[in-house]
Design a protein around this ligand. Structure first.
Ligand SMILES: [Zn+2]
Length: 346
């Protein structure tokens, strides 16, 4: 992986290209944009460019004018394996709690230390929108008199979730969703099958990271089973389907929050399925998201009565809301399948 392999994000590339070639790199940046579009990769490649032993981009040395790194010198390799003493990450991806001052302390201390090997001391915070206000302010204090060579990068999906004091101090660099065909190609290159890549690219909203996350937990097969089950929903099996949905979401889930998150994902798969049916019925142009199960989509679009699809979509949206506010998820699902059967089965 090197800078050349980062897809899209032209604005961010040009921004740093300019800053680096003019030797005007700041000390505090906020990378803002959806999860999974490459903010973390970009931060890592930027760090590699600063430490790369080719040295072309280090301030004071003649710049070759390209923001890149070799990806093979010891410095690059150590940054790639999270093993460089001057590049520190704070990763709160797995944590459900907001990051406290205590959690952020090691990173802060690292910023104060003299660089061990290079001219920089880089600190990168993933999911910085999960920092508590106290932790964010404490990090900012570090930057009131920035130690020489300090470079703080916050990665945030929701810029507005950062305290105003933080937002106003940092230079915001925007990251954007990638075009669907670019995501699809990336997924194919990662070894996903064509059908799976096409589906995940369509539902991931321009985020290859999100698509890969779904692929890793076997979400594509899960969606195929789900569509199959709902296409064959009947008065005899509706409660069983609801039960199975609940069981599947709870499998390996650590807690009820995780189960809820999975249930919401499953409902999203269903929304795309009925959206396809709606599109076909309206004879609207547009690719089916569920082309891999196109037969089921077509069969149901012929069978459903006029107005039923719209109602089912409304019910699914209500189900999402109900899953957020009701503690009895099982009951919410039983109501869902019952209501769909009433609309879909004469
Ligand atoms: Zn290198």
């Amino acid at each position: 992986m090197s800078f050349k392999d980062i897809k899209g994000q032209k604005e961010a590339k040009e921004f740093f290209q300019k800053a680096v070639s003019k030797d005007r790199l700041g000390f505090f940046y906020i990378f803002a944009g959806p999860d999974g579009v490459g903010k973390g990769l970009f931060a890592r490649e930027l760090a590699k460019s600063l430490f790369c032993e080719s040295g072309a981009l280090r301030p004071g040395k003649p710049s070759v004018g390209t923001l890149d790194n070799c990806s093979s010198c010891p410095a690059c390799l150590r940054i790639d394996s999270d093993n460089h003493p001057d590049v520190n990450w704070l990763d709160v991806r797995e944590s459900a709690e907001l990051v406290s001052v205590k959690d952020a302390r090691p990173l802060q201390d690292a910023l104060y230390l003299k660089p061990a090997e290079g001219p920089f001391k880089v600190a990168i915070v993933r999911q910085a929108d999960r920092l508590s206000i106290a932790a964010a302010n404490s990090l900012l204090k570090t930057l009131e008199e920035p130690p020489p060579g300090a470079l703080l990068i916050l990665l945030a999906a929701a810029l507005e979730a950062l305290p105003a004091t933080v937002r106003s101090r940092g230079q915001v660099v925007r990251f954007y969703p990638l075009p669907r065909d670019v995501v699809e190609k990336m997924l194919c290159q990662r070894g996903l099958g064509e059908e799976e890549a096409r589906y995940l690219a369509a539902i991931s909203q321009g985020s290859p990271g999100r698509a890969l996350e779904i692929a890793q937990r076997d979400g594509f097969q899960e969606k195929r089973n789900l569509v199959e089950a709902f296409a064959h929903l009947s008065k005899e099996n509706d409660l069983k389907v609801a039960e199975e949905l609940y069981r599947r979401a709870g499998k390996d889930a650590q807690n009820s929050m995780e189960r809820r998150k999975r249930l919401l994902n499953l409902i999203t798969y269903l929304l795309y399925f009925y959206r396809d049916i709606y599109l076909l019925r309206e004879e609207a142009q547009g690719l089916l998201v569920n082309e891999d199960q196109g037969d089921l989509v077509r069969r149901l679009s012929q069978r459903l009565k006029s107005g039923a699809v719209e109602k089912i979509i409304t019910i699914l949206l209500e189900t999402k809301r109900n899953l957020l506010y009701h503690s009895n998820q099982h009951l919410v699902l039983a109501v869902l399948t019952k209501e769909i059967v009433n609309l879909a089965v004469p």
